[in-house]
Design a protein around this ligand. Structure first.
Ligand SMILES: Nc1ncnc2c1ncn2[C@@H]1O[C@H](COP(=O)(O)OP(=O)(O)O)[C@@H](O)[C@H]1O
Ligand SMILES: [Mg+2]
Length: 259
């Protein structure tokens, strides 16, 4: 089975990228799909959310500057079928250093190739920083599919055009001709507000075949879990947030033929 690489990117912060990367990855693992989560955000929120301590020299920073292989950075998690490549603060330097190298958009693609070749993982999920900088752009150049999370709030669609234009540019420039928008995940849906429903309807009109049926509810349990270094499935497996991410995983498995 080939490896399918998903990047969760969006220049906005606080829209549920990391929460979705972590819990979608864990939900795929729960379905016995060998999954690798890559934390590409120097803030390392995804790393701590799966209960892994940050460690100097343990991230893609080295491999991106030609030192060592991504394979050496793979770290087990407490979750069966889920491995992690952690992040560390040093990764922030990659934003600057990448910009000064040749073929700067192609670095991550090359770094991930041994992971694809290893056939060790059916799915790779990359959690990106909240900016369309070098790291996010490299993830777009390396991925098969972009997943976008949108918060069910005012201005949800703001910035969507910018990232979709970047996808088109990478395709037409032949940097990643195969890149596709894989789907849009609506997060932090608040059943008590009419606004949430309106935002979902609006996105449905714009991207009818991209929006996932599953909508992630706003629940405090999802925001609490990371402070315990746990996914929602360890922290509160029967909560609405856990159910939602399980349903999203089923949709992802179906849409991309992961099983
Ligand atoms: N569905 C949700 N319900 C409640 N809080 C959420 C939900 N999704 C994310 N959060 C919280 O919102 C904040 C931003 O989410 P996060 O996933 O870190 O976004 P991003 O990675 O896009 O910056 C975090 O504090 C997170 O715990
Ligand atoms: Mg994040």
């Amino acid at each position: 089975m080939p490896t399918t690489v998903f990047t969760i990117a969006n220049q906005k912060g606080g829209v549920g990228k990391t929460t979705t990367a972590v819990n979608l990855a864990a939900a795929l693992a729960e379905q016995k799909i060998h999954t690798l989560l890559i934390d590409l955000d120097p803030q390392a929120n995804a790393t701590s959310a799966v209960g892994v301590e940050k460690q100097e020299g343990r991230s893609l920073y080295g491999p991106l500057r030609g030192e060592g292989s991504a394979l050496e950075m793979i770290t087990p998690t407490a979750i069966e079928h889920l491995a992690l490549i952690p992040s560390e603060e040093d990764l922030a330097a990659a934003e600057i250093e990448l910009a000064q190298t040749e073929n700067y958009l192609m670095k991550l693609r090359a770094v991930l190739q041994p992971l694809r070749d290893s056939n060790g993982y059916r799915a790779i999920i990359i959690d990106c920083p909240p900016a369309l900088g070098m790291l996010s752009m490299n993830s777009l150049a390396a991925a098969d599919y972009l997943l976008i999370t949108l918060q069910c709030e005012y201005m949800a669609l703001e910035g969507l055009g910018q990232i979709l234009r970047n996808v088109e540019r990478l395709k037409t420039a032949n940097i990643n001709a195969g890149l596709e928008l894989g789907g849009v995940v609506m997060t932090m849906f608040d059943i008590r507000t009419r606004l949430s429903r309106q935002v979902v309807d609006e996105v449905k009109q714009h991207l009818p075949d991209k929006i996932f049926e599953t909508v992630i509810p706003r629940t405090v349990r999802l925001s609490e879990a990371p402070s315990f270094g746990q996914t929602i499935f360890a922290y509160d497996p029967l909560s609405p947030g856990a159910t939602a991410y399980r349903n999203l995983a089923k949709e992802v498995i179906g849409r991309f033929g992961l099983k």
